[in-house]
Design a protein around this ligand. Sequence first.
Ligand code: DGL
Length: 280
Amino acid sequence: MKQILPIHPGPIGVFDSGYGGLTILEEIRKSLPEYDYIYLGDNARTPYGTRSFEIVYEFTRQAVTKLFEMGCHLVILACNTASAKALRNIQMNDLPLMDPQRRVLGVIRPTVESIGNITQSRHIGILGTIGTIKSESYPLEIHKLYPDIVVNGEACPMWVPLVENNESENSGADYFIEKNINSIIQQDPLIDTIILGCTHYPLLLPKIEKYTPEGIRIIAQGEYVARSLKNYLHRHPEIETKCTKGRETLFCSTEAEEKFSESASIFLKEKIRVQRIILE
Ligand code: DGL
């Protein structure tokens, strides 16, 4: 189906299944404060990590379409699960039909590019959702750039629900975080770097640090994604000129406004206004 989309410049879209993408948005806004943003969290249907390829693709395509309709010319999938399971299909099959001039970028590639200069032991661990780990996207992408790096992955299916349900401070969170960290280190004791391959996980950082042995570096994606976006906009003036600069952020969620603003305000440490939207 051919879409009729706004042609005027618009905000940069940042999409996640829930609150996790806020960790990416925060870093992007720090590095590129002059732009306008629309953050979209599909909180009513989170988590994506346990869902099938078809469903993650379908939900992500709906979100991207909505952000395009709202005026975005550039959308960042601030979600590893969506980047792993939907990005390629959207880029190859949907964009040419929707509007070949618009762009959708993910978070896996910028993270992977940075890793080669960080690990000394050349053994790294990836923590992510079941969907991201099973997709093998990280080892596949890492080996394209750095064939010598040994990559082990650990799915942490309880971590996203802990964040989405505001349980990250409670002692129940300790049990699951300790268990998954121990497990990745047991898989490969030579690991010197752990990638938080899910944008929700930086919201659990104090506890992740507590259970990670000293000497192992923990990588949150935000700063790498922000750096890569800055670089991208520099290299692509045809996209950059379609991004408005008013320093405004609109927050949208598929959940009730109050529910999103209450939790998001805690994570962002700022008061925000939220608009509920329906994805279909
Ligand atoms: N923030 C998403 C990611 O980076 C979480 C996925 C989920 O909803 O399970 O993978």
